[in-house]
Design a protein around this ligand. Structure first.
Ligand SMILES: Nc1nc2c(c(=O)[nH]1)N[C@@H](CN(C=O)c1ccc(C(=O)N[C@@H](CCC(=O)O)C(=O)O)cc1)CN2
Ligand SMILES: NCC(=O)N[C@@H]1O[C@H](COP(=O)([O-])[O-])[C@@H](O)[C@H]1O
Length: 327
């Protein structure tokens, strides 16, 4: 899956998709190839810009599509957002009009809501905060299915109470019900799931599922990875290890899921202090409070296509308030 797509691009100040200017400074990094930039404007078929190349630059593609400009183009315009990312010696800046909040909301409301699957094993407080965010408009998506390895856990009870389908995975040793990995993938496809959110799920996601949903599965972990992560590090065990280590800071990490526990690319973190007399429960509560906020911010960015992949493979979140800022 290419992290990065580059174009030798023909951008003029008055391209057919609107006025913008792009300045690339520094040496051009990409071997020029006669490719085009596609500006997809629904419902017309994709139109292709082809004009003489006079400079090349890199734009980032996400699994969900190109960076969306916050300019006055329609929501389907696919143009590099303004970037201040300095990559090697190439800085690309674009100036574009910023749409009004109302227009922005209209754009968001026109964009397709994303379908979310949440995986839990316990109480599901992160699941609940994300669910609430889908109702109050913070997250442009809907939780269409919940997956759990503990059919009677608090998260599963809450899902059933809200009318969200619950799937048991993996199947328990002695239980007859529960799905195999390939059945689970088929079920997620049937729900047209766009993103999978692990939220206190305590089983290893099988390789076939990781590969079936590239750059679309994220997990929240209650420490500042890579510290205090991996097999055996879950729940209170994490916080006890943090306190025992003498670490002065901890906090949640949200990362992409790969085939191993907690080794996927880090997407977001928040920091909380570890106090001298903290119990594991007190630290857990402080971290969990930040988790609830951070996960909603990250899922909102996922659903709005505000994740970009830096050329070295690090995913960044484009600020909603200031599209020129990434973190
Ligand atoms: N392929 C992946 N699967 C999962 C990941 C991941 O990063 N890649 N993250 C975990 C969540 N997690 C930490 O964030 C985590 C969960 C569980 C364990 C663990 O050691 N589990 C025990 C079993 C615990 C139980 O069944 O009660 C074990 O495997 O022995 C470590 C980290 C979710 N899946
Ligand atoms: N390694 C995985 C792990 O420890 N995940 C942690 O389990 C808790 C689930 O709480 P919740 O069920 O209330 O969301 C959360 O603190 C989450 O970070």
């Amino acid at each position: 899956m290419p992290f990065l797509t580059h174009f030798s691009t023909p951008i003029t100040g008055n391209s057919s998709v609107g006025s913008m200017s792009i300045r690339a400074q520094g040496s051009i990094l990409c071997p020029s190839s006669s490719s085009q930039i596609q500006s997809i404007q629904s419902p017309k078929p994709p139109c292709v810009l082809t004009v003489p190349t006079y400079f090349s630059f890199k734009i980032f593609s996400t699994k969900r599509g190109w960076l969306k400009s916050n300019s006055s183009f329609s929501s389907h315009c696919i143009l590099p957002a303004s970037t201040n990312l300095r990559r090697r010696n190439c800085v690309i800046k674009t100036e574009h009009k910023v749409v009004s909040d109302v227009e922005e909301d209209n754009v968001k409301s026109k964009a397709k809501r994303k379908n979310l699957a949440v995986f839990v094993s316990g109480g599901g407080s992160n699941f609940r905060s994300i669910f609430y965010a889908t109702l109050n408009g913070s997250v442009h998506g809907d939780i269409v299915v919940l997956v759990t390895n503990k059919y009677d856990c608090g998260g599963a009870e809450y899902a059933r109470d809200k009318g969200i389908p619950v799937i048991l995975f993996p199947k328990n040793k002695d239980a007859t019900e529960g799905l195999s990995a390939e059945d689970l993938i088929a079920a997620l496809r049937s729900y047209k799931v766009d993103f999978i959110l692990l939220a206190g799920y305590l089983k290893l996601i099988p390789t076939e599922l990781v590969r079936a949903y590239p750059k679309s599965i994220v997990n929240i972990h209650p420490s500042l990875l890579p510290a205090f992560g991996g097999k055996g590090y879950f729940g209170m065990k994490v916080h006890k290890a943090v306190i025992a280590s003498g670490a002065r800071y901890s906090g949640p990490t949200i990362h992409y899921v790969d085939e191993h526990y907690d080794t996927g690319r880090i997407l977001a973190q928040r920091v909380v202090p570890v106090l001298a007399n903290d119990t594991a429960e007190e630290l857990a509560a402080r971290v969990l409070h930040e988790e609830h906020k951070l996960y909603v911010e990250v899922v909102a960015a996922l659903c709005e296509g505000r994740i970009i992949w830096r050329e070295d493979g690090v995913p960044l979140i484009q600020s909603k308030e200031n599209p020129k800022d990434y973190r």
